[in-house]
Design a protein around this ligand. Structure first.
Ligand SMILES: NC(=O)c1ccc[n+]([C@@H]2O[C@H](COP(=O)([O-])OP(=O)(O)OC[C@H]3O[C@@H](n4cnc5c(N)ncnc54)[C@H](OP(=O)(O)O)[C@@H]3O)[C@@H](O)[C@H]2O)c1
Length: 292
């Protein structure tokens, strides 16, 4: 088209402008070729993301969709799953599964119900999880403890158990577990949340060891403070308290972690990043924060 236009307008265009337009034309052809190559490469990948309705999981789903990775998006909130399906479905192939990771039967039957096109999972992102409450061990609420152990540890195990056979069968796959700095360092009042993330840290290592013979890559990302709905959940909908967690400094954004997850999963297949700890610059440890 540009070429035809150039040919038709020899008098109006001086030489340097013509050269510029022709260069644009070449860049356009080059970019289109690159895009179509990436598309072919990524479209053959299918990612299964738990916790896709919010925060880190959602940002990762959005980034993966831009990179034409086929998506299975999971969470409990159906309206959010539908919204994402509609939005990201314009960029890649998407299906959604609504289930509670605490419910063993739901987890297995949802994963079994996957349409064939989505059932060959290449990447499992275990993101679903939250902190519930922040109090001393003596004042802790046992329902909060149940929630954290059931979601962050048992939920991650159920989902992994349902998906791993798909990977061992083909001797290939990638599992990325979202841990936390709480799984590296215990902080005051963090007790059971920290214990649940220490468990994720241990399971990440265990998976890599046990799946080693199957050529399966296993990685964990351990973020510091990320500004998501995390604190709203921790403080049971107290938005003011939740906001105060991120006041006075620049917290990590969900997109920062998504970017890192994408980097980790797009390394050449012989490269396996075991473990990454990521802080906002203002944070030096679980308890040291440089706030204004
Ligand atoms: N934000 C931080 O500062 C931070 C720091 C370190 C680690 N992390 C970890 O990062 C992960 C993601 O957290 P986030 O910060 O993105 O928080 P978020 O915005 O609250 O997202 C949590 C996600 O987990 C899902 N989820 C929670 N309980 C579930 C359940 N019972 N069944 C199924 N899905 C469930 C939620 O979906 P539904 O509610 O729709 O089910 C939501 O999509 C968690 O594992 C968290 O521990 C967060």
């Amino acid at each position: 088209m540009i070429f035809n236009w150039l040919v038709k307008q020899p008098i109006k265009i001086n030489r340097s402008r013509g050269r510029a337009v022709f260069s644009c034309f070449l860049v356009l052809i080059f970019t289109r070729t690159q895009v179509s190559l990436t598309k072919t490469k990524s479209m053959s990948l299918t990612a299964f993301i738990t916790g896709a309705t919010s925060g880190i999981g959602k940002a990762t789903a959005e980034l993966f969709a831009k990179n034409q990775i086929r998506l299975v998006l999971c969470g409990r909130r159906k309206e959010r799953l539908d919204e994402l399906h509609q939005k990201l479905g314009k960029l890649t192939e998407v299906t959604t599964l609504q289930f509670d990771v605490r419910n063993k039967e739901e987890v297995f039957s949802a994963i079994q119900s996957l349409p064939e096109k989505f059932s060959d999972i290449d990447i499992l992102l275990n993101v679903a999880g939250n902190a519930h409450g922040l109090s001393t061990i003596q004042d802790g609420d046992v329902d909060d403890w149940d929630a954290m152990i059931d979601i962050n540890v048992k939920g991650l195990l159920y989902v992994s158990k349902a998906i791993i056979p798909k990977m061992t069968k083909k001797n290939k796959g990638f599992i990325v577990n979202i841990g936390s700095i709480a799984g590296k360092e215990v902080y005051p009042n963090g007790n059971v949340y920290c214990a649940s993330k220490y468990a994720v840290n241990a399971l990440n290592k265990a998976m890599r060891i046990d799946l080693n013979n199957y050529n399966i890559r296993v990685s964990a990302i351990h973020p510091g403070a990320v500004e998501t709905e995390f604190s709203e959940v921790r403080f049971k909908g107290d938005t003011e308290k939740a906001k105060s967690v991120y006041a006075g400094y620049k917290a990590l954004q969900a997109e920062d972690i998504a970017d890192i997850i994408h980097f980790v999963v797009t390394r050449p297949y012989h490269v396996n990043i075991e473990d990454l700890i990521v802080y906002p610059t203002a944070q030096a440890s679980a308890t040291i924060m440089n706030k204004n």
